[in-house]
Design a protein around this ligand. Sequence first.
Ligand SMILES: [Zn+2]
Length: 399
Amino acid sequence: MIKKTSVLTLIFCLLLVILSPGLVQAQGGLAILDSSAQAEFPSKLNFSLSAKSDVNITDIRLRYMVDRASFAQVTSEVYIDFAPSNFVEASWTWDMRKTGGLPPGSSLDYWWTVEDANGDRIETAPVRVQFDDIRYPWHSLTEGKITIYWYHGEKSFAQELMATAQQALVRLAKDTGAQLEKPAKIYIYADARDLQGAMIYSREWTGGVAFTRYGIIAIGIAPENLHWGKRAIAHELTHLVIHQMTLNPYNELPTWLDEGLAMRTEGPLEPEYVVLLNKAIVENRLISVRSLSSPFSAYAGEATLGYAQSYSLVDFLIDNYGQGKMLELLTTFREGSSYDGALEKVYGFDMDGLDNLWRDYVAAPAQPSKEAGVHPALIGSLAMVATGLIVGLGSRYRI
Ligand SMILES: [Zn+2]
């Protein structure tokens, strides 16, 4: 059910100003006169404070806590540099070009502590700052735990993307038993260029990003790119769900499992990936499962084969051993298990064992019940177009 559509921001200046917490007075003469935070998306957060006292103010600290999933509450503390005085106007800028940024729609809580020469001390109440991308007039659409934000295109465009997201959750739950545990925000930019403007370190091929600890996805979807956009939503949403449910301080998921599940939720493997996979099978150039457990190659062609193999590996595990085992594998990884240890516990074979079984699986003659194209039957006709397609894959790179 669609709950609401609303214009999120009607802000006339580029700076979001949040005034807080007003006058705060300690028992002596120490008082906070004003405090504010200004967001300059995507690169800066400016904090400022003014305070007075009967005697010199000697110590001002800013503390903040970013709202994201973590294993322990992490509070950052900033010592403000200022000349002691009975009236102080202090400021500090979080320059994210030096530290890395925050995604659109993220938030943090901040508060100040101020001390004077009498030893009087004030700690302000925490105030929340929303780090929104106010360069665009966002609309929103919420269904269940998912909210889609968009500014370009009709409501029907957002509804179509929402339907895709909801179907992806259903498909993922059917395959793995994994559910979206916390709310997810999906920001749809008008195209890849707008998306790149929202990121501090954007790479040219970035088309979509899942900020899994924040529960936030950002994707650039141009109207003529809707087919790709729907797959990207299913892909990134899968990363979000799987990372939420397996988050632990000890170990990451093996890349092939993370990417393979995301690829499978998109739908049937696209022909260009099928071509690459089948070509690698014939030429005996498959990448080992052990290698695919680490981040993929920086070379587009090799990385694309990595995605294709990951899809096939996950396909093999789910089709042969079922949803229950996949859920068990994910919950074992949540406990921080090693890659070999988790596979052995759930399936009875390690990464090398999986490698051998899977190679037999893909080398076997195509089964009539399988989707055409996933097996080697198409190698002869499709291999010829493989090279041309690889070039095109650069812009469709997955992350
Ligand atoms: Zn991915």
